[in-house]
Ligand binder design. Structure first.
Ligand code: 4NP
Length: 165
């Protein structure tokens, strides 16, 4: 299972989502079954590390995103990833516009995994430090929901494996 987190610039929300979810995943029984990456719909910051405020806020929660490098969503991502999770409606629409029609079902809002939260992860880029903390709070809640959802899927898959005896 491969999961791609997507925002606009791939320097604030989606690398933070990648880091937060990867940390949660690492402590779960799905660790060896799920791969995670992130990308942006725009190419403004390609090749750059995450925003220093995102790196600092994640680091305060024990998440190291300093070695990530921004990239733009590639056409091949739509085939290579099983789940493509957008930070906001604008990213979602852009992904759906670019994706082959048969890939639309794997594209959704990341916050759909935290149904009691807002639907969109607000862009913290033009705001202050608190915006990055708020984003991380949301990402932690959605990551819990995503992990639970993948775990349910994994147990169904396991139950459907052919019996070896
Ligand atoms: P992100 O935030 O989409 O969460 O990475 C942004 C980063 C950069 C810009 C906008 C949003 N920008 O306009 O450069």
């Amino acid at each position: 299972m491969r999961v791609l987190f997507v925002c606009l610039g791939n320097i604030c929300r989606s690398p933070s989502a990648q880091g937060v979810f990867q940390k949660l995943l690492a402590h779960s029984e799905l660790a060896s079954l799920v791969e995670v990456d992130s990308a942006g719909t725009a190419d403004y910051h390609v090749g750059k590390p995450p925003d220093r405020r995102a790196i600092a806020a994640a680091s305060r929660r024990g998440v190291d995103i300093s070695r990530l490098s921004a990239r733009r969503v590639a056409d091949s991502d739509f085939a290579e990833f099983d789940l493509i999770l957008a930070a906001d409606h604008s990213n979602l629409l852009e992904l759906l516009r670019r994706a082959p029609a048969h890939c639309a079902a794997k594209i959704r809002l990341f916050m759909s995994y935290a149904p009691h939260d807002a639907e969109e992860i607000p862009d913290p880029y033009y705001g202050g430090e608190q915006g990055f903390e708020d984003v991380l709070d949301m990402l932690e809640r959605a990551s819990q929901g995503l992990l639970a959802s993948l775990g349910e899927g994994a147990s169904v898959t396991t139950a459907c494996q052919p019996c070896s005896t």
